[in-house]
Design a protein around this ligand. Structure first.
Ligand code: ATP
Ligand code: I3P
Length: 160
């Protein structure tokens, strides 16, 4: 996969022409593709691969930069190499409906009943350059974060 692939289309109903792209249904948190008309969030290619439509800069570009660095064949940074096994395998980028997407392994694909946790690590959940409104929005959402250092944003447990 390269960084310049053909343009696919997807809708919230799950249409994507010949590629069968759908909005990821097993998503427990984060940006939902198509919500409020926005093209950010997770798409399911249906073959064990998901696409994450990037957020606007700087957040999306920063995330893309991290995946590119960690999975670069020429990466020699020991910290990044150590991180590699904790991230979904990154295959490159693709374009869906004009939005740049990370292409990566669907971590739930090999499981019949996956239990999924979405956890934010750290004492703040906003960027240094976030607006005062964004900072306030995030702080009031879960004040104990400042002391706990983590926040559960969503989870799914299947009780068999
Ligand atoms: N590689 C993956 N395989 C399977 N599911 C995934 C994968 N990446 C993300 N998800 C699902 O999508 C959700 C959102 O992912 P993620 O937290 O990366 O998105 P986000 O929109 O950046 O969220 P936030 O803005 O809260 O950080 C996760 O909670 C998980 O359910
Ligand atoms: O769960 P909610 O209440 O919908 O709140 C959203 C959630 O906290 C997302 O994680 C966050 O994205 P980031 O983690 O990328 O900041 C998003 O910020 P945004 O609206 O600024 O994108 C919030 O709106």
């Amino acid at each position: 996969m390269t960084d310049t692939q053909q343009d696919h289309t997807a809708t919230q109903e799950g249409v994507c022409g010949q590629h069968g792209m759908k909005v990821l249904d097993l998503q427990v948190g984060g940006h939902r593709y198509g919500k409020n008309g926005k093209k950010t969030g997770m798409l399911d290619r249906g073959d064990g691969v998901v696409l994450k439509a990037l957020q606007a800069p700087p957040r999306g570009t920063r995330e893309l930069g991290l995946y590119r660095s960690v999975f670069s064949p020429s990466c020699t940074d020991t910290d990044l190499l150590a991180l590699r096994r904790f991230l979904p395998v990154y295959y490159g980028t693709d374009t869906v409906d004009g939005a740049t997407c990370l292409v990566m392994k669907n971590l739930a694909h090999d499981f019949l009943c996956p239990n999924i946790l979405d956890l934010k690590m750290g004492q703040v959940t906003y960027d240094p350059e976030a607006t005062p409104e964004k900072k306030e929005h995030e702080i009031v959402k879960y004040p104990p974060l400042k002391h706990l250092g983590f926040q559960i944003t969503g989870m799914m447990v299947i009780d068999l």
